[in-house]
Design a protein around this ligand. Structure first.
Ligand code: MG
Length: 219
């Protein structure tokens, strides 16, 4: 079934296109996982079937014992861009949200050692949790905003957006040099430090300041 994005304070919904994710975009997170700072963004995709929304349950796959939360700024693409300039890339971003890139760290570690794609660690059902989105025309981003992720009311991740290595327009420009980005596509922009394991029964609360938020539990 075609999934939709909800826009805050609006009855508008937007059909979701593809989900493009960026990894390794905050230096301290790169170091906590023992990775190297990349010269270009690390890119992977999530399927439409992985999407859930605030209020839904994250289902723990039975082939992992180490599912991690990754709180991330989301970008909503509003126009078709290919090989875009930096200015066109900025203009292609029409909204912001917050999301969880749920990741099976034990599975991913094995895949990384083998040089295999991360698909089964990143693309399972319920691995992409989306907030509602705020439109850029209604909010000017300053990058002083903070991403916060709490597990059972304890803060696990807390970081300002100005710690991103590649900024939103730079990400869109790079991604558009590889694939056409279209209206309704969503970009996960990478997670800051503090990723950690979740357990069944945990309650997760993610936010970008008080602009957008998600709340869900792990089953
Ligand atoms: Mg991530």
């Amino acid at each position: 079934m075609q999934k939709q994005i909800k826009i805050i304070n609006s009855s508008t919904t937007i059909p979701i296109g593809k989900i493009v994710c960026v990894g390794r975009n905050y230096v301290e997170h790169i170091h906590e996982l023992g990775n190297e700072v990349p010269e270009k963004p690390v890119v992977f995709l999530k399927p439409n079937s992985s999407i859930i929304y605030s209020g839904d349950e994250i289902i723990y796959p039975n082939y992992s014992n180490d599912m991690h939360h990754e709180i991330e700024l989301l970008l909503l693409i509003g126009k078709t861009v290919k090989d875009a300039s930096l200015e066109d890339s900025e203009n292609a971003i029409i909204g912001y949200g917050v999301g969880l890139d749920m990741t099976l760290r034990d599975v991913q570690d094995v895949l990384k050692k083998k040089g295999h794609p991360w698909t089964i660690a990143k693309c399972f059902d319920t691995s992409a949790v989306l907030s509602d989105f705020i439109l850029k025309e209604n909010y000017k981003i300053t990058f002083e905003e903070e991403l916060i992720l709490k597990v059972n009311d304890e803060v696990r991740q807390r970081e300002k957006l100005n710690k991103m290595i590649f900024k939103p327009a730079e990400l869109v420009q790079y991604l558009s040099s590889i694939m056409t980005l279209d209206y309704g596509d969503i970009i996960f922009t990478g997670t800051p430090k503090g990723v950690s394991k979740v357990n069944k029964g945990d309650s997760l609360l993610g936010s970008l300041d008080n602009l957008v938020n998600i709340k869900c539990s792990v089953k």
